[in-house]
Write a protein that binds this ligand. Structure first.
Ligand SMILES: [Zn+2]
Ligand SMILES: [Zn+2]
Length: 192
């Protein structure tokens, strides 16, 4: 498995380092950092002062190198899909790509003092969540499982940085299937 990390221009190197290390260890896979993607001009929605996740994901997919098993796109932009006020991330279920926004994972976003460790914890939980979707995992009812749906950072903080036993088993099965080349990129998109 080759997991490619594609930052949208503006993400700090230290944050990308933490994400790349986590993915390499958690998924026990090769990783590659791609050159930053310029923000697609048509992604910005002036009325919402936010960025369209679908437009970013589409532009990112055009940059996916041959041989990539997964494409993890990371942005500082606050992102949305039309039916929701915001999303933390979006993923193609059973697909290639996942997108994660760091914008709302910092304490500073909520007017609170910075807590780097907490920020990174949230980032890695959401990386696992979004990549979990790309392996076909759906939202889990266990509030402590990383695959549980988060609609705010409090939900994220309740989650552990790992999967419940059932989701871990499913991930293992799906990963073996991917290893055998059975992965289709039939990417139905899922917000958060
Ligand atoms: Zn679970
Ligand atoms: Zn989700």
């Amino acid at each position: 498995m080759l997991a490619c990390l594609l930052p949208v221009a503006g993400v700090a190197e230290a944050d990308l380092d933490a994400i790349e290390r986590f993915v390499a260890v958690y998924f026990d896979c090769e990783t590659r950092r791609l050159a930053p993607l310029a923000t697609p001009p048509d992604a910005y929605d002036a009325k919402r002062d936010q960025y369209d996740a679908t437009v970013i994901l589409r532009a990112a997919l055009a940059q996916s190198p041959p041989g990539a098993t997964r494409l993890l796109v990371v942005t500082e932009h606050d992102i949305f899909i039309p039916m929701l006020t915001f999303i933390f991330g979006q993923a193609q279920v059973n697909g290639l790509a996942a997108l994660l926004s760091l914008a709302r994972l910092r304490q500073e976003y909520y007017g609170l003092p910075a807590r780097r460790e907490l920020f990174i914890e949230r980032v890695l939980k959401e990386v696992l969540h979004e990549l979990g979707h790309t392996f076909g995992l759906v939202h889990c009812q266990d509030r402590q499982c990383a695959m549980s749906l988060s609609i705010n950072v409090t939900n994220i903080d309740v989650k552990r940085g790992e999967l419940c036993a059932a989701c871990a088993r499913t991930l293992g099965d799906r990963r073996r299937a991917v290893g055998q080349g059975a992965n289709g990129a039939d990417g139905e998109n899922r917000g958060e």
